[in-house]
Unconditional design. Sequence first.
Length: 212
Amino acid sequence: MTVRAEAFAGVPYEVLAAAARGADLLVLGSSHEDGRAEQPLGPVAEWTLLSTPCPVMVVRGPERYPRGVVLAAIDVQEQAEEVVNFAFAEARFHSARLQAVSAFDAAKTPAAKTPAGVGAAGQAPDDPRAEAQAALDQILAQRMERHTRIRAGGELIDGPPASVLTAAAARADLVVTGARRRGNGRVGIRIGPVTDALLRCVVRPVVVVPHF
């Protein structure tokens, strides 16, 4: 491994964002106080995260006993390939099991139409939950054909996404989530409510992967 240390004068988040151009990953530290359920990122980490073009890992909290699990926070409606591919690459690198978790919030999902028939598994063909589970299974199956040595599983959990994914993160060493790029030629990302909750509430390292 080649290590190079450099110091630059300037506004911290601007310096870090500029240095990250062309990088594969930027790692940021953020302080964490034990006993507090939610803690905002520091101003430098927050502005750097919003301004950086590459994936960013935010590390906070004490070092913990490894569980051998990489958690991928998946939104089956978006199916952001960058997020899934990054999670598989991290699982391969760490020889870890990949756990893909997607939340199904029935309160925000349109009710299923009256079924014309019920399948063998007891699910209506147009049941939104069954469709979400099938989409999650397909996302994993497509990657597992190429990553045959990675142990991967998908889980659809009922509940609000922020609560579901925050709870699931307690069982992982690393959490991979996504954020949309700003678009229109602007550098940086827009943090949605679910990713924001993971960054505030999870004491495991969280990687935010930009995607369109």
